[in-house]
Unconditional design. Sequence first.
Length: 271
Amino acid sequence: FCINYCNEKLQQFFNIRVLKDEQELYVRESIKFKQVEFVDNQDCIDLIEAPKTGILSMLDEESKLPKAQDTSFTEKLHKSHKDHFRLQLPRKSKMSYYKSLRDNEGFIVRHFAGAVCYQTENFLDKNNDALTADLSLLMDQSKDSFTVGLFDGDDKPQKGKTSYKSLGTKFKVALGKLMEKLHSTRSSFIRCIKPNQKMQPKLFTGGEILSQLQCAGMVSVLDLMQGGFPSRTAFKDLYDMYKSSLPPVLASLDPRTFAKALFKALGLNED
């Protein structure tokens, strides 16, 4: 579940950087292009991480109750989001195995790459990342500095008392820090495509590959790049490339004026 949550955030980042920002740049530079539409998955991200009503928040809230149960968490989730486009009951799954699940035994999230059914059995236990008192003491007494450092700063549980530490919240905070770093850098993207379901070399199934490209937004990117200008060269770089071979009259021009003169000499539209 957490991995798919991360994938949703990364897909949103990809959409913003490659599709949204690129089209805004074309508009600023007055480049004529065909608008490319893409699916905004913010509603799916809100379903997972929104305060109080998000899946992670509801899971934490249920975990703090004295008689918390996986089934009651699932029931509350479906009741709170009964009309949400992204959330469905297991019986609406296309897979026969999940159709047999009761409504309080799981939920389906319609991710950007397709619908995924999550069985909620042991969800509450898996969300508790706290160590027991004896295990915490064992880690503190380790002679390996790396092992001790892994748990340094964690709240120490008291012997005989049950402690709770949300794994979902911990993952959400770490993911938020990752996204802040990504937004502050210039990013390049590598898309991994699964060529076939048989795990065999040199076997490519066109339909499955196309479906993956469409879900990842690559088809939209190709449409945008085809209508725009994916490769750019700064005026100065273009000027420096020919400067040594230019006659004095052209060499005295500033880079921008030189580029305009070059376009005119080649019979190209500078727009």
